[in-house]
Design a protein around this ligand. Structure first.
Ligand SMILES: [Mn+2]
Length: 581
């Protein structure tokens, strides 16, 4: 048994790629495939990646798309395709081992959701099985891309679609995601620009209908106009054509609107890198991810796949659909968000026939109240659909929604699962069931977030506070002049995180992390180093494309000073380590 827990991240990625190699080998032994994918933008881009990989091998394929896989779907699959067809599941299938085991076909699963039960698949490629986070380090499209690339190195052009999947699933550019982005930049299929992380279009229009970020001006024409006038920006300008200075002005204004929330998830979702996909018909990654999501919800699967495969006739139709979906969502949010209630450990909305429950949940926890986990209960089609969301700081405090929703749902005769930060479930209908579910969920989340419970420490113990330090050092004269270490520390924005502080010195910069729990110091350090590594790699790659050598130096220096510092952190506190496990 391999111990993935203590393995460095790069090793975990290497193991994931080994799984992708096995999947690629098995796929290439088959001529006929049935591809089954999820219906969101990550699932649809996974599909587009695999379809192109199959085509390039001269394989024939059939494609099915499901929002959720149940026993009925699987029995239809079993009766529709001959037993020698390979079944490939993308961005779906990890939670359905029991159903899938009725399939006589060989199975490959390319997924990033939490595996449940013993999978009947011949090959599973899943980051969680090698100790990587499926919720933010790699998406279904990322896993599919690794497999496609293992099938043929010429498939690196498909990396741009993998980037769309990451964005669609709201993942972070860290770990495997950072590596894939790096490849996409190297391959010339993606370019990066800093700005507001929203689609292209005229300023008034995009600010009216964009819900990420959801601001106090969203959907309100007078407020949007006043906001733009205050920034001296013409409402008819295309956001893509703004100068760097204008973009910065817009970003700062949005950031200051978000400041009172004190939520790193919100600021990161609003401002940062925008990826332009040079080999896609829709270049702005936020536009393409949004378009695909709205197609998925509207059952316009074929149009979505056609667009990813380069069918120009699909573009106008999809933009129209996307705009309608966005406008409807903005209207719905204005009505629904104020109906939210809050109990001890969780906020919730209970509604009937709600559209886009997932978007409601994400918007609420990110832009209304990030302090508590949020659950949307949507009574629809004779069932109650659950959509639960957390934040990364809540995860650090012990929240695991995949476990909490599953246990609470099962206690009232329902089912559930997903990721620690975002999960879903189904309950039998009825106000009493909903009430019992919420009571149970509140109790479980309360336990998860209780410090005593996680530490296993006896009550009444006085808290011991520990501090870990990460030091970034300017090692060369060039770096000293550029203040590379200082820039790296500032770019990590650790002050947004609980219990961290930064200090700057002549030739180095430090981040101190203080906590009562050794585990959270490690987790925070791990996150920061991962982000530093990702930032350094992305920067290096984009600088290379821009042919500028300066910042490459900066990223190298910060990278090279990481390992000794992180080692000293564990050395200092090594006697505490056993408590954490
Ligand atoms: Mn996904």
């Amino acid at each position: 048994m391999v111990n993935y827990k203590s393995m460095p991240e790069s090793e975990k990625i290497r193991h994931l790629k080994k799984q992708a190699d096995s999947a690629a080998r098995l796929i290439k032994q088959h001529r006929h495939v049935c591809l089954v994918t999820h219906n969101d933008s990550d699932g649809l881009t996974s599909a587009a990646i695999m379809i192109q990989a199959f085509k390039r091998e001269g394989m024939t394929y059939y494609h099915k798309i499901f929002p959720k896989l149940d026993a009925g779907h699987v029995s239809v699959l079993a009766s529709s395709y001959p037993e020698d067809f390979l079944m490939v599941f993308c961005d779906i299938g990890s939670g359905q081992s029991e159903f899938l085991s009725v399939l006589p076909n060989p199975i490959v699963i390319l997924d990033h959701h939490v595996p449940v039960g013993k999978s009947p698949a011949k090959v599973v490629v899943n980051p969680i099985t090698v100790g990587l986070e499926g919720s933010y380090m790699i998406s279904g499209a990322g896993v599919s891309y690794l497999t496609a690339r293992a099938m043929n190195p010429a498939n690196t052009d498909l990396s741009s679609l993998a980037v769309v999947g990451m964005i669609g699933d709201r993942q972070l550019m860290v770990a495997a995601n950072a590596e894939i982005l790096d490849e996409a930049i190297q391959a010339g299929v993606v370019t990066v620009r800093r700005g507001l992380k929203i689609g292209d279009g005229n300023l008034f229009d995009v600010l009216m209908r964009t819900t990420e970020p959801y601001l106090d001006i969203t959907g309100r024409p007078d407020e949007v106009r006043a906001f733009l006038a205050g920034l001296d920006l013409d409402e008819n300008r295309n956001i893509r054509d703004l100068t760097d200075a204008e973009t910065e002005r817009l970003c700062q204004a949005v950031l200051s609107k978000l400041e009172p929330l004190n939520s790193p998830d919100a600021t990161e979702a609003a401002v940062g890198d925008i990826y332009y996909l040079k080999n896609q018909l829709v270049e702005n990654v936020f536009d393409l991810a949004g378009l695909l999501d709205s197609c998925g919800k509207d059952d316009e699967f074929e149009t979505a796949i056609a667009l990813c495969l380069g069918d120009e006739t699909a573009v106008d139709k999809m933009f129209e659909l996307y705009r309608t979906v966005q406008e409807t969502l903005v209207k719905n949010l204005a009505v629904i968000l104020p109906t939210a209630k809050s109990i001890e450990n969780v906020s919730y909305i209970y509604g009937k026939d709600l559209h886009s429950a997932g978007n409601i949940s994400t918007t609420y926890i990110r832009y209304v109240c990030p302090r508590k986990p949020f659950v949307c209960l949507n009574e629809y089609d004779g069932m109650i659909r659950i959509s639960a969301r957390g934040t990364r700081s809540l995860i650090k405090e012990g929240l695991d929604l995949s476990v909490a929703v599953k246990q609470a749902a099962e206690s009232v005769g329902g089912s559930g699962g997903g990721h620690n930060i975002a999960s879903g479930g189904l309950l039998p209908t009825g106000a009493e069931t909903a009430g019992n579910f919420m009571t149970k969920l509140n109790e479980i989340i309360g336990r998860q977030l209780s410090p005593d419970e996680r530490n296993g420490a006896p009550n009444n113990m006085p808290p011991v506070r520990m501090t870990g330090t990460i030091r970034f050092i300017d090692e060369t004269d060039d770096e000293k002049n550029e203040k590379a270490a200082e820039k790296m520390v500032i770019s990590l924005a650790p002050d947004n995180l609980y219990g961290t502080e930064t200090s700057f010195y002549e030739n180095y910069a430090e981040i101190q992390i203080t906590s009562e729990k050794f585990g959270s110091i490690l987790a925070t350090a791990d996150d920061l180093l991962m982000n530093a590594d990702g930032a350094a790699r992305v920067k290096k790659a984009s600088q290379k494309t821009a042919q500028s050598s300066q910042s490459v130096q900066a990223s190298r220096s910060s990278q090279s000073s990481q390992s000794p510092s992180s080692k000293s952190l564990s050395d200092d506190e090594s006697d505490e380590e056993s408590d954490d496990e």
